[in-house]
Design a protein around this ligand. Structure first.
Ligand SMILES: *[C@@H]1O[C@H](CO)[C@@H](O)[C@H](O)[C@H]1NC(C)=O
Ligand SMILES: *[C@@H]1O[C@H](CO)[C@@H](O)[C@H](O)[C@H]1NC(C)=O
Length: 237
C-alpha cells in the first residue's frame, strides 16, 4: 500500500487543504468554466470532503491520496460547464467531468501521475452520484461521493445516511458555506438538470437527472427508454 508524504498545505474557509500546483490549476479551470454557483458547489464539496479526511485517524490518513481527492472534487462537475468543449452530446455529465479531469492531469500533472492515480480520479468523478457503489470503492472515491452529499444536504441529513463517518461539525460546514454562499442553489441545480434533459435526453433516462425532465420538461418521458421496455420487448416468453 502506497503511503503519501505530507503535502504543503494552506487554509481555505478554515479547512487545511493540500497546496499543489495541480490543485491550483484545477481551481482555475473550474473557476473559468463554471458559473459562480457551480464553482461554489465544487469548492464546498472539496472543503467538506477534505474536512472529513482531516479527521481520519492514522494510518488511514497517510494512505489517502489527498491531491487526487482534491482534483476530483474540484473538477467533478465540469460536465456542467458553460464552455461547451467540456460537455458531450453522448455521455453522462459524470463521465464528461471524469474526462475533463483526466485531460487536465495528462497536460499538467507531471511525473507523479501514473495510470493508477489518473484512473482513481476518473473513477471518483464518474461514480460520484452512484451512491450505492462509491462507498465500496477506494476511499478517495467513497469520500468524494460523501463530501458532495454533505455539502448538498448538510450535516444532519448526511449523518442519517452515513452515520458516524460524518465527522464535520455544523460550525465548520457553516464556515465553508459562508465563504462560498449557497443561496440560489436550488434554482441553479434545477436549471442544470433541466438543461441536460433538453440537451441530451438519452443520457438522462437511466440517471436521477431524468427526474427533472419528468417533472419540468414538456414532452419528456422515459417510457420506451427503460430497461424494462427493452427487455420485455426482446426476451423470449
Ligand atoms: C496556489 O494558489 C494559492 C492562492 O493563489 C497560492 O497562495 C499558492 O502559493 C499556490 N500554490 C502553488 C503550489 O502554486
Ligand atoms: C473552452 O475550453 C477549451 C479547453 O480547455 C479552451 O481551449 C477554450 O479556449 C475554452 N473556450 C472559452 C470560450 O473559454
Amino acid at each position: 500500500m502506497v503511503v503519501f508524504l505530507p503535502l504543503a498545505t494552506r487554509v481555505i474557509a478554515g479547512v487545511t487543504v493540500p497546496n499543489t500546483a495541480l490543485i491550483n490549476s484545477s481551481i482555475e479551470l473550474a473557476r473559468q468554466n463554471l458559473p459562480s454557483h457551480g464553482f461554489g458547489h465544487v469548492m464546498r464539496s472539496w472543503l467538506n470532503g477534505q474536512a472529513l479526511v482531516n479527521r481520519l485517524p492514522q494510518p488511514e490518513r497517510a494512505k489517502f491520496d489527498e491531491e487526487a481527492f482534491g482534483v476530483s472534487a474540484i473538477l467533478h462537475d465540469m460536465g456542467w460547464a458553460f464552455n461547451t468543449s467540456f460537455v458531450s452530446n453522448d455521455k453522462i455529465f459524470e463521465v464528461d467531468g471524469a474526462n475533463a479531469a483526466r485531460d487536465l492531469i495528462r497536460k499538467k500533472g507531471g511525473r507523479g501521475w501514473d495510470q493508477h492515480r489518473i484512473q482513481l480520479v476518473w473513477d471518483a468523478i464518474a461514480l460520484h452520484t452512484s451512491r450505492d457503489i462509491a462507498p465500496y470503492k477506494q476511499r478517495e472515491v467513497a469520500y468524494l461521493s460523501m463530501g458532495i452529499y454533505l455539502e448538498l444536504v448538510g450535516v444532519e441529513i448526511a449523518k442519517q445516511r452515513y452515520g458516524e463517518l460524518i465527522t464535520v461539525p455544523e460550525a465548520e460546514w457553516d464556515r465553508i458555506a459562508a465563504e462560498f454562499p449557497r443561496p440560489g442553489m436550488k434554482g441553479y441545480f434545477s436549471g442544470v438538470m433541466i438543461g441536460l434533459c433538453v440537451l441530451k435526453p438519452e443520457m438522462t433516462y437511466a440517471n436521477f437527472v431524468g427526474d427533472w425532465g419528468e417533472k419540468y420538461v414538456q414532452g419528456y418521458t422515459r417510457v420506451g427508454h427503460r430497461v424494462i421496455d427493452l427487455l420485455e420487448a426482446v426476451l423470449p416468453e
